[in-house]
Design a protein around this ligand. Sequence first.
Ligand code: AMP
Length: 561
Amino acid sequence: MIVGIDLGTTNSLVACFTEEGPRVIPNRLGKHLTPSVVSVDAEGNVFVGETAKERMSLYPDTVAQTFKRSMGTERDYVLSGRHFKPEELSAMVLRSLKEDAEQFLGEEVTEAVISVPAYFDDKRRKATKRAGELAGLKVERMISEPTAAAVAYGLYDKTKDTRFLVFDLGGGTFDVSILELYHNILEVRAVAGDNYLGGEDFTQVMVKLFLHKAKLSLSDLTAKEQARLYRQAEKAKCAINDRTEVTLSFLLSEEKQEQTITYKEYEEACEELLLKIKEPVKKSLSDAGLKLSDIDEVILIGGATRLTIVKDFLIRLFRKFPDTKLNPDETVAIGAAIQAAMKERKEEVKEIILTDVCSFTLGTEVVVEYEEGQFEDGRFCPIIERNTVIPASHTERLYTTHDNQTKVRVKVLQGESRFAKNNLFLGELTVDLPKGPKGSESVDVTYTYDINSLLEVEVRVVSTGETRKMIIKGQDNQLTDEEIEKRMQELAYLKVQPRDFEENRLVLLRAERMYEESLGARRKKLDHFLSDFEAALKSEDQNRIRETREELIRILDEEEE
Ligand code: AMP
């Protein structure tokens, strides 16, 4: 079975295509979203998702998050004194999703279609692919996130050509993409964004508003108090969507601080952020050579598009209602799962042509005449250039460089250097030519490259029509099996936690965190219920464990309120 995976900055999801259509697979805690957070403790125990996130405030030195931002770089993450690359941390998230999918489907999952941001370059895509390989997943196809969103919305089903804009406002990033469906081909026309704008900025506005009204400054608060205020502000931000006002309260030095914030006040305070949102929208339109009124549909994805303030702003901007029928957190994973089904050629989905961009240049070696009669060999001639929308097919005509030349050898190369020797050699084809003066004979070299990384090279002698072809698979310098095996062995000391205890582990961590955050009677109460639960765990009596766990969760929810 091939699954679709949205490997997100904040959260990740796995989805599959069933007889009833695409669906998101619940993780071991029964949730759809798995936080993209990893924790490794001193003994080499690995925690992924909610549990890793909960460890953040208790054991910050053991936790890594937002590593997607560093994919494809050599950034070194140190967790409990051990070193990890961003792709290795991503591999742990992918492995966790793979296990959840296998448990849910009751079969092995060996392959995945993974979504990546449209602006991800070759390096970051390769790192994503390696992360998949390290997690034991074959990743032959990647899909750009806006394309996945469009596929999930079924826009490809339309018969009429459509232009749409995918508006993706996540926790910390903002991406706008313009796609065009033209003759059944879905193409990304332009992408723009702001790497430092997202839902968290809207939470910050709520924090500032509260502090201003309470006549407090952030420096009056300890780090833990700030974290607590931030959590309350996040809740207030989500609550204000369907209310005219919200009341935000939190404990500062054991004294309750409370302020009411109206929707109007919040909207005014967010004005600057809304203006910032406009910039990438304008840029993507101008890059695509389009006007606002040329957009037929607007699709919203990313958690922060749930903000009424943002939705209202977009309705005013585009003068139309955005399409929001799918859950914005799940749209990309659903699109990736549909793409996986297309790859498996499931009958329920019709194959449509998706495009992507080629993240490197493909070309050949040529001799260049730089001045009359002065030749230089070993030069690189690009045929399909980096960032070309694929599938693509380009032809270059090359002429003989010697009198009575009887053969032409076409070297297939990948890379960006002007000099052939610096680029990667992928293969070669030789054809015979009739004799003649130099420049009288020529060959047409055609490269056709598709989204499965298949490169077809055709060389045709113009005068005789003789044609030779070859197919080169996967120019992605994938890790060799030995390299994967080696790194997997290096990481073998890591102990992936058994799935069954996840819920207990998570409750324990949450209770410990809240214990640390509280004092006096509240602390005693938490200690009491926590001890009960710990005793139940020791007894290994499953009924007692379940009952005390539920009791503890109820107390924690109550206290957190
Ligand atoms: P994502 O990275 O797409 O998961 O988006 C995360 C962001 O969405 C965070 O800033 C959340 O606070 C925000 N978010 C999630 N749900 C809501 C909601 N109901 N209302 C407002 N913002 C939300």
